[in-house]
Design a binder for this molecule. Structure first.
Ligand SMILES: C[S@@+](CC[C@H](N)C(=O)[O-])C[C@H]1O[C@@H](n2cnc3c(N)ncnc32)[C@H](O)[C@@H]1O
Length: 279
């Protein structure tokens, strides 16, 4: 174990290596089937050959920049352990704010059986977190990518939420008539030109990131469908790029002229969500 950690330290120090000591520890813990604290207390322990070679191959992949969540096949979101693969976006901590915004709104409404839809469900992170946090809710998760939907199905089964999260393959709200009390969406919103230069585009699926020329293609399409599917009162929450707040708020006001539209910042005070509330 000590030798493996030393090897990782050497690899992390190589020029251009994307490896960090924390990542190396997580990978070694995974390869050894132990917790990280065990590693530090058992530096003299001998790894099995299969564990050592798994660790070496994971280390190499991490050094080339492959995200830890893909290497481990897992990521935590809103306290839920979710399976992930390169077919889905790795759920981000920022997106937990979107779940919080929906939960806060539902608490003010006290609906007996709220109908929620997560558009562009990916791993199912938002849909599942909402199902867990809002036990009376019926959640529909729509996703265009079949491989992503399979990961979402795995996660729904993993958390025993099959009875309350319905999975649908489709584009946006095309196949759904609603009405929904809540429409939540973290759609692709990176503009295509920027995407080609971003590290994230090297690993995560293009269909989860590419928002077209100005990043807002999917947002515009969703806003063209949402007014006919959102209940009154209802809530629409969209995750957005930090520099898209004013543009998306204007699109929302156009689509919902009578609604209250607000931009919600993240912890770094960057615009992260648009919230549209109809009454
Ligand atoms: C930014 S990812 C968000 C994934 C997940 N909701 C999350 O927050 O981690 C966007 C997701 O939208 C899906 N998507 C892209 N275009 C879509 C469309 N037209 N209809 C439905 N889903 C779409 C992608 O496949 C991807 O899973």
């Amino acid at each position: 174990v000590g030798d493996a950690l030393n090897l990782a330290r050497v690899q992390a120090a190589l020029p251009g290596s994307a490896l960090t000591p924390a990542t190396a520890q997580a990978l070694l813990a995974y390869a050894a089937g132990r917790g990280r604290s065990w590693l530090l207390a058992h530096r003299e322990e001998r790894l099995l050959p299969a564990q050592a070679s798994l660790f070496a191959s994971l280390l190499e992949r991490a050094a080339s920049g492959e995200p830890l969540a893909y290497l481990l096949g897992e990521r935590e979101f809103c306290g839920l352990r979710l399976s992930v693969s390169p077919d889905v976006l790795i759920p981000r901590p920022e997106t937990e704010g979107l779940v919080e915004a929906v939960v806060a709104w539902l608490e003010t409404r006290n609906l007996p059986s709220p109908r929620l839809v997560d558009v562009g469900a990916g791993s199912g992170a938002i849909a599942l977190a909402l199902a867990v946090r809002c036990p009376r809710a019926q959640v529909t998760a729509v996703e265009i990518s079949r491989p992503a939907l399979e990961i979402a199905a795995l996660n729904v089964a993993r958390h025993g939420a099959g009875g309350r999260v319905g999975l649908i393959q489709g584009s946006l709200l095309d196949s759904l008539s609603g009405p929904f009390d809540v429409i939540a969406a973290n759609l692709p919103y990176i503009n295509r030109e920027e995407l080609s230069a971003l590290e994230v585009g090297r690993w995560e699926p293009c269909v989860a990131l590419d928002g077209g020329l100005d990043g807002l293609d999917l947002v515009r399409d969703l806003l063209s469908q949402a007014p006919r599917r959102l209940a009154q009162p209802g809530l629409l929450v969209l995750e957005i790029g930090f520099d898209q707040g004013q543009r998306v708020a204007a699109l929302c006001r156009e689509a919902f002229p009578a609604a209250r539209v607000a931009l919600l910042p993240d912890l770094a005070r960057l615009d992260r969500m648009v919230r549209v509330e109809t009454s």
